[in-house]
Every structure is written in structure tokens, then in C-alpha cells.
Design a protein around this ligand. Structure first.
Ligand SMILES: [Zn+2]
Length: 147
């Protein structure tokens, strides 16, 4: 079952078992985590940084930019989290993904010529695949928090 809304939880560290429909936000670790909204149950980690993802909290709901493109997951789901709701976006071809990665690399090097002030089309918001949890990540996190 695809997830239609994400409720945000501000947490110090991520729980061992994520609940579907919850967007965990850790300021301490500058990252967010949730279960893929397609319902496949895979954990998706999105780092928070000026060059990665950022969220807007309006006092009630959270929006996340850019879109979440889970290209490294079998489901390849792609969606935008806007005011706690999920807006589904197009699947990307491999060419689009590599083009997006290239653009991302250029942006990270600071040589991009992105125009400020113009809103990119929704499909241009995706930057790169969300990092997928490595085995041992959670236990390392747990040890850091409680060890
Ligand atoms: Zn999925």
C-alpha cells in the first residue's frame, strides 16, 4: 500500500524499527529517515545539508526538498514530500539519473550556473538517490547514542 501522508517525528536518533508513514528527523545527526512511501518497506536515509536535502517545518507539517528519488531501490519510487503529503513523480530513465548525478556533482563543485529565482519543473528537483542504510548503520548509531 503506498503511503499518502508522512507525519514528522523529531528524534535524537532513529529507532531500530521505523514505522510506516513517519518521517523521522534528527537534527543531531543532520539526517532524516523514513520507510519508502511506495510501501516496499525499505529504509530511506536522506542527509540534511545545503547540498543535500532540506526540510521546511511550518509549525504543523513538513515539506522536503528536493524530491526523494529511490533509484537504488528495486521499486525506483520517486516522490515529493509537501506539507506532510506525498506527491508522486515520474520514474527516471537511467540517462536522466546519470544526468541528474552529473548536475549534482557540478553543483557540489560550485561551478554550476543554476539560475536563482526560477522554479525548476518538478522532475528537475530530484538530485540523486537517497542513501540506503548499510548493514550495521543502526547498531553504530545505537552505540553512539546509548553505548
Ligand atoms: Zn519503495
Amino acid at each position: 500500500m503506498p503511503i499518502a501522508t508522512l507525519r514528522h517525528h523529531f528524534v535524537a536518533g532513529f529507532p531500530d524499527r521505523l514505522q510506516p508513514g513517519i518521517l523521522y528527523i534528527s537534527i543531531e545527526f543532520a539526517s532524516m529517515s523514513h520507510l519508502c512511501c511506495c510501501g516496499c518497506g525499505r529504509e530511506v536515509i536522506t542527509p540534511l545539508s545545503p547540498k543535500d536535502w532540506k526540510f521546511i517545518y511550518d509549525g504543523e507539517n513538513v515539506s522536503v526538498h528536493p524530491s526523494i528519488g529511490n533509484w537504488s531501490l528495486p521499486c525506483r519510487s520517486h516522490y515529493i514530500i509537501q506539507s506532510g503529503g506525498i506527491r508522486w513523480a515520474d520514474d527516471w530513465s537511467d540517462e536522466q539519473i546519470s544526468a541528474g548525478r552529473q548536475r549534482d556533482l557540478i553543483a557540489k563543485r560550485g561551478t554550476g550556473n543554476q539560475r536563482a529565482g526560477s522554479a525548476p519543473p518538478a522532475h528537475a528537483l530530484a538530485k540523486k538517490p537517497a542513501a540506503v542504510v548499510r548493514p550495521g548503520f543502526w547498531s553504530a548509531l545505537w552505540n553512539k547514542l546509548f553505548g
